[in-house]
Ligand binder design. Structure first.
Ligand code: NAP
Length: 313
């Protein structure tokens, strides 16, 4: 089968390669991938990992081989999942506990946004605590996580203010909760906006400029606390599959709708990566995969080593 691998000879550093079929562990199912999405963290991983490394965490697709342990969805089930890696492939092995079945009405493209961005949005809103009737400010609201966090916080009953970089300075000391996906210098903005005793959930580091904060910056915001979020370190009382199920249900009910800024065939992943890197995409960048495994005549093109093409929809 074919997969995207890290390839430092080209920019962005990915190319298609023929790789062995997945060899699932006892608790893993094999999923034919139909859509995946890109996450900002994957840009950093692609820069840091050695050649041959297999990117891709988000996935939606169809189970072609159930887990031998009997756990999780059976063959033919439409699923959404989050892999440890290697999801930018025709097929990938995924732990049954990181998959959940998908209702017919939910598209693979929408579902492919749930693994990293959706679960981050869900868990940062949960970390904010009870927000019914409370004022929540979201910094980086036009991003993949931010769009979903706005909707989930509103669904939880908050009065939500969505902030984008070009927006006006938020009202000072006015917010019970700030969800900060920009980080860096933006953390100062979060502190200025939080009310005394409020909670800032810091989950992003998009702005490379570090924050400069001293205790004195908290005058007028006394007792405010900064709570960090790292998806890999988060305790998951319902497990990854439980989070995915909650999100898939909200999607199916129409209570959340991912914003997809760019959709690209996975063989043109270089375009997708350039679009993400440009910072000009509002919402998620999604990769789509053909419905069935390719025949020899349909062999995929090799991703060009030339200068990356501009992003398109
Ligand atoms: N902690 C975790 O476990 C976890 C999990 C997932 C994602 N993340 C992090 O959360 C952040 C948001 O993720 P995402 O997937 O939503 O990213 P994204 O889709 O690229 O969105 C980032 C948004 O931040 C805004 N922004 C503000 N200042 C920026 C700057 N200096 N450079 C680039 N963008 C800037 C941009 O919108 P405007 O310009 O319109 O404001 C952009 O839409 C990223 O830092 C990502 O790495 C963390």
């Amino acid at each position: 089968m074919f997969a995207l691998i890290r390839d430092g000879r080209v920019d962005p550093p990915v190319s298609l390669a023929e790789v062995p079929e997945p060899e699932p562990a006892e608790d893993e199912a094999v999923v034919e991938v139909r859509a995946s999405s890109l996450n900002r963290g994957e840009l950093a991983l692609l820069a840091a990992r050695p050649d041959g490394w297999r990117p891709g965490q988000d996935l939606a697709g169809v189970v072609t081989q159930a887990a031998a342990s009997g756990e999780g969805p059976g063959v033919g089930t439409r699923v959404v999942g989050v892999a440890e890696g290697g999801a930018w492939s025709e097929r990938v092995a995924v732990a049954a506990g990181r998959l959940t079945a998908l209702e017919e009405g939910v598209s693979f493209e929408d579902a492919a946004t749930l693994g990293i961005a959706g679960r981050t949005a869900l868990n940062i809103v949960r970390l904010a605590g009870p927000i019914l009737g409370r004022r929540v400010l979201i910094l980086g609201a036009s991003g993949g996580v931010g769009h979903l966090a706005v909707q989930l916080a509103a669904a939880a009953g908050a009065r939500v203010t969505a902030h984008v970089l070009a927006g006006e300075e938020p009202e000072p000391s006015a917010f019970d909760v700030v969800l900060d996906g920009v980080g860096g210098a933006s953390l100062g903005r979060a502190v200025r906006a939080i009310r005394p005793g409020g909670t800032i959930v810091l989950f992003g580091a998009t702005d490379p400029e570090p924050a400069t904060l001293t205790l004195l910056d908290f005058i007028g915001h006394e007792g405010a606390r900064i709570q960090t979020y790292f998806s890999y370190a988060q305790a998951h009382p319902n497990g990854v599959a439980g989070d995915l199920r909650a999100l898939a249900e909200l999607l199916q009910q129409g209570r959340v709708k991912p914003t997809i800024g760019v959709t690209v065939d996975w063989r043109d992943a270089d375009r997708a990566l350039v679009a993400l890197r440009s910072g000009e995409v509002a919402g998620k960048v999604v990769l789509t995969f053909p419905a069935r495994s390719r025949t020899a005549e349909e062999e995929p093109r090799t991703v060009a080593a030339a200068a990356p093409a501009s992003a398109g929809g």
